[in-house]
Design a protein around this ligand. Structure first.
Ligand code: NAP
Length: 253
């Protein structure tokens, strides 16, 4: 890469939460950023935060589980920003329930967004990475990959993403492409707020209760995860591949 070329990063589910913090962080690292979310208008705040700081970003509406939308989004990003060679598969949803109450539709929705979405996005972007001889893929797993009551769908998807990551690392390494997974513990976002709402707790009480179980005695913030992702997507991280990093304020059982 010449010193004047700017790498293009794609962050999915980046209208808010961990994805938004990651998009802003990667822009601060000098990347041009495609901010993808279901609703293009919802990406406006993230894009404005980047451009106000002097960065380059575009908002892209795309359902990552829809093949045609993914192909159109990646083609648009390549045309407007340049070849995407950094990909953060962050888009996610919860459809929690105990197994006996979980519908097949709730199972499919979670598999489609996390696993099919990461597959489609990685497939569409890898062409650009292989052509460039450089690529960085980061997949968002979760501490729930180790098993979590009420999340048989989500834990299966997040464990699946770890195997997906390791296989990408083996297939794409020879083209200069790394793949790693970041597995957050409890991070304060709309996702964990929705869980607090579902169990009938105020979010502050929910966070305080979670913090008592975390060795560093606080819950995580989106920037804690963006920081780990910035490392894996960095120019200097080319020999770090196929890894799963738990970012959870302490070790997990
Ligand atoms: P969040 O606040 O709920 O943000 C997720 C974003 O993804 C939302 O903007 C959502 O859009 C978008 N999205 C959902 N389905 C999509 C689709 N099909 N295509 C494109 N975008 C889609 O979640 P978060 O807490 O930041 O989590 C980000 C990632 O980290 C997820 O993969 C999550 O599973 C993982 N994670 C989070 C935690 C945590 O404690 N927060 C812990 C471990 C792992 P809508 O609002 O329109 O649905």
């Amino acid at each position: 890469m010449s010193t004047t070329e700017q790498r293009v990063a794609v962050v999915t589910g980046a209208a808010r939460g961990i994805g938004a913090a990651t998009a802003v962080r990667l822009a601060a690292e000098g990347r041009a950023v495609a901010v993808i979310d279901l609703d293009e208008a919802a990406c406006k705040d993230t894009v404005e935060q980047i451009t106000a700081a002097g960065g380059r970003a575009i908002a892209v509406g795309c359902d990552v589980s829809d093949e045609a939308q993914v192909e159109a989004a990646v083609a648009r990003i390549a045309g407007e920003l340049g070849a995407p060679t950094i990909l953060v598969n962050n888009a996610g949803v919860l459809r929690d329930n105990l197994l006996f109450k979980m519908s097949a539709s709730d199972w499919d929705t979670v598999m489609n967004v996390h696993l099919r979405g990461a597959f489609l996005m990685s497939k569409a972007c890898q062409k650009h990475m292989v052509d460039a001889g450089f690529g960085r893929i980061v997949n968002l797993s979760s501490s729930s990959a180790l098993g979590n009551r009420g999340q048989v769908n989500y834990s299966a998807a997040k464990a699946g993403l770890q195997g997906f990551t390791k296989t990408l690392a083996k297939e794409l390494g020879k083209f200069g492409v790394t793949a790693n997974s970041v597995a957050p513990g409890f991070i304060a976002t709309e996702m964990t707020k929705a869980t607090a709402d579902r169990v009938g707790m105020g979010f502050d009480d929910f966070k305080a209760a979670a913090a008592t179980q975390i060795p560093v005695a606080r819950v995580g913030e989106p920037d804690d995860i963006a920081n780990a992702i910035a490392f894996f997507t960095g120019e200097a991280a080319g020999f770090v591949s196929g890894q799963v990093l738990y970012v959870a304020g302490g070790p997990l059982d």
